[in-house]
Design a protein around this ligand. Structure first.
Ligand SMILES: Cc1ncc(COP(=O)(O)O)c(C=O)c1O
Length: 428
């Protein structure tokens, strides 16, 4: 919307057009020979809503790994394909012409398959029509749940260290992130948590199995949380994208299965993690009717709907392979064991890994190098990339811990471990 025009000093043919929003400035230059005009944009005066946020650590470390030919054990994605039948189903649906908009909440047949899965694994009965929504990745599911619940000034509690999308999502919604520090064993400090809850607390975000630490919450943890939230108006977002990666016969304690929490919770999981297809970005959110209604009000304008052929292919595969989940747990447990034994004599201290596809190591007993510096040197000099765990803290707390992703082929893990053993000797 144009508000006013004025002449630019010294250039009669230039008019500066001020737009009414945040003084965007355009120069319109007239060509005297043909009378046409063209626009030269001058830099906008941007007031960032996320001024202290740069490119994520995952992008930076993956890029650095690429530049230096390093084995990339930083970003969490597999270097092997998803199941062949899933790929074939995708191609079949593409060819069959399933390529138009899906229903806003997701394909009914996929929502039914998700409902059947939640009932089979957790005894949780979600209505596929009203209580399950398919999202463009868990990132969008979490973002939508945050934004539909949070009003400016609301407080949202996040456990630290936490996945990097949570805090920016809270800030974009005008909320105030309130970090609840996990203890040295990455367990919640319930007493401290109780003191963080105020009348302004709107939401709590939890994540189990936990990225980056690999800790898994038990039902007793959910009981404690339910006790704290009883009688409050606080909603819960439970990020369970690693639900099938809880090891050593440890059942995944899903919020969907917890009678004291389920009614206030958005439970989110990701097909990307479960079927080795992180690039498909298809996930889902289960929540009781009123919460799902609110979720969908925002969801329909954030993305409207999700990639149709992927939804069909995932449905086919879920129906054909209900046994996949147990197989996946065993698959990742074997990878964890392989990687742990391959770096056991590296001098690094291996932290417990109860779940996820991440292994944390600490090295404070070997070196005082900040974790960002060590991660960088390992990548550049040692040829193996990791994530510095301080990136998962609001204030960048550095406990001298690195995170490695073991969702990699055996050869990749063995070569990565070999390079790591050598590099640790020379760098620290
Ligand atoms: C804890 C956690 N939540 C959410 C996501 C994002 O999942 P998606 O790729 O489905 O958006 C990740 C991916 O690394 C994650 O680790």
């Amino acid at each position: 919307m144009l508000q006013s025009y004025k002449l630019c000093a010294g250039t009669a043919s230039l008019r500066v057009v001020r737009q009414h929003l945040h003084c965007q400035t355009q120069c319109i230059h007239s060509n005297p020979t043909n009378g046409r005009t063209h626009r030269m944009l001058q830099p906008l005066h941007l007031q960032s809503r996320l001024p202290d946020v740069g490119v994520t650590i995952f992008t930076r470390m993956s890029l650095l790994a690429q530049q230096h030919g390093a084995i990339n054990l930083s970003q969490g994605f597999p270097d092997y394909p998803g199941p062949a039948a899933l790929m074939e189903a995708m191609v079949d649906h593409l060819r069959a012409g399933d390529n138009q908009y899906a229903p806003m909440a997701g394909l009914p047949r996929l929502r039914e398959a998700i409902a059947a899965k939640q009932a089979m694994l957790y005894g949780a009965h979600y209505d596929p029509d009203l209580e399950i929504t398919v999202t463009a990745g868990a990132t969008q599911g979490v973002y939508t749940a945050i934004t539909c619940m949070t009003r400016p000034g609301d407080e949202v509690i996040v456990f630290e260290p936490s996945f990097d999308s949570y805090v920016p999502g809270i800030r974009l919604a005008g909320g105030i992130p309130v970090p609840a520090r996990l203890d040295a064993d990455y367990r919640p400090d319930w007493t401290a948590l109780a003191t963080l809850i105020t009348p302004r607390t709107r939401l709590i975000l939890i994540n189990s199995p936990h990225n980056p630490s690999g800790r898994c919450w038990q039902t007793s943890d959910l009981d404690r949380l339910a006790g704290l939230l009883r009688g409050t108006n606080i909603a819960l977002i439970s990020d369970e994208v690693y639900e099938h990666m809880a090891f050593d016969n440890r059942p995944h304690a899903s919020v969907a299965a917890h009678a004291g929490l389920r009614d206030r919770a958005f439970v989110i999981s990701s097909f990307g993690k479960t079927y080795h297809v992180t690039g498909w970005k298809v996930a889902y959110c289960c929540a009781p009717r009123a919460l799902s209604e609110e979720f969908r009000r925002s969801h329909q304008f954030i993305t409207f709907c999700v990639h149709t052929p992927s939804q069909h292919a995932l449905t086919d595969f879920m129906q054909a392979r209900p046994d996949w989940y147990a197989e996946l747990t065993a698959f990742y447990q074997a990878k964890r064991d392989l990687f742990r034994s391959a770096i056991a004599d590296s001098g690094l201290h291996l932290q417990p890994c109860e779940g996820t596809y991440f292994q944390q190591v600490d090295y404070g007993h070997l070196s005082d190098l900040p974790d960002h510096d060590l991660a960088r040197r390992l990548t550049v000099e040692g040829g193996v990339a990791a994530i510095p765990v301080s990136a998962f803290y609001l204030q960048g707390e550095d406990r001298r811990v690195l995170r490695f992703c073991f969702a990699k082929r055996t050869e990749t893990l063995e070569e990565g471990a070999h390079r790591l053993r050598l590099a640790i000797k020379t760098i620290v």
